[in-house]
Design a protein around this ligand. Structure first.
Ligand SMILES: [Zn+2]
Length: 282
């Protein structure tokens, strides 16, 4: 039996890291496109994207998202573009203001939890609205599971027809004050996804800070897909900053080799996720 190819998602920027944390964090659209291209060439096939304003603060400006999406589609043909609707970049429906751009994917949080210094608020009416917008524009949601209840909520939304295909869940572990990187919980997450969505349902995992490589290892060895990138972690190890997003992608790709899983091509990634063919380059 051939091992399932592993999709590597690169979360290039996020809302929090700054050039002070690591000068390699791409902030301007030009830097973001360049960093994504390097990561794509290193094996990443999903670009998870946030945008920043001119002062480097998190933004949900649809015009910036449009420029970033166009840049990635031009320079990384075939790569899956995933736009963040996460709550650090805006409030209320502004979080989904970029969805009419109809990216391949968008992140969707379906419940609330604590973050390091605040509550990550995802009220039910906003969750319903974001899911409806994604369905309207044929965008595949990636369910950000910060807690077990979020996996079961995604299942309910699928049963109710709010999510069209079986949900693609990403376990997020190691955010301070949310779910830690706990192996027993991780195994139960995997068990729950298989029970609710089918033994062959694809899933992904992300770890924050030093947990990034831990979650990469757990996910790749357990048959899941892997997220890396400077959004979640700016270091290669205790002593060294990551020189680029691509360097973190290479680290995940090395684990794929260790566990004898091919790194998914963009065609394989689109097939695994049931995505439409890519937008033709402008
Ligand atoms: Zn994000």
């Amino acid at each position: 039996m051939t091992a399932t190819p592993c999709i590597i998602c690169v979360a290039i920027t996020g809302s929090l890291p700054t050039k002070d944390n690591n000068p390699a964090v791409p902030i301007t659209i030009e830097e973001q496109v360049e960093s994504t291209q390097e990561a794509f060439e290193a094996g990443a096939t999903i670009a998870h994207c946030h945008v920043r304003d001119d002062e480097g603060r998190p933004s949900s400006d649809p015009e910036r998202f449009a420029r970033l999406k166009e840049g990635i589609e031009t320079h990384c043909p075939g790569m899956i573009v995933q736009l963040s609707t996460g709550g650090r970049s805006g409030a209320g429906r502004a979080r989904g203001g970029m969805l009419p751009l109809a990216p391949d994917m968008a992140s969707l949080s379906v419940g609330s939890n604590n973050f390091p210094t605040r509550v990550y608020e995802n009220p039910p009416d906003l969750v319903d609205w974001l899911a409806a917008e994604m369905a309207k524009y044929d965008i595949k949601p990636e369910i950000e599971a910060f807690d077990l209840s979020h996996i079961l909520k995604a299942h309910q939304m699928w049963q109710a027809g709010q999510i069209k295909d079986r949900p693609y869940v990403q376990f997020v572990m190691g955010v301070k004050n949310a779910m830690p990187a706990d192996r027993g919980v991780f195994d139960y997450y995997v068990h729950t996804v298989k029970r609710l969505f089918g033994a062959d349902a694809p899933w992904c995992a992300a770890g924050i800070g030093p947990n990034q490589i831990v979650l990469n290892d757990w996910a790749i060895s357990a048959g899941g897909h892997a997220r890396t990138g400077l959004e979640d972690n700016v270091r290669l190890d205790r002593d060294r900053l990551a020189p680029s997003n691509a360097a973190l992608v290479k680290r995940a790709a090395a684990l794929c080799e260790k566990y004898r899983r091919p790194v998914a091509t963009w065609r394989q990634a689109r097939q695994i996720l049931g995505l439409r063919p890519p937008e033709p380059a402008a």
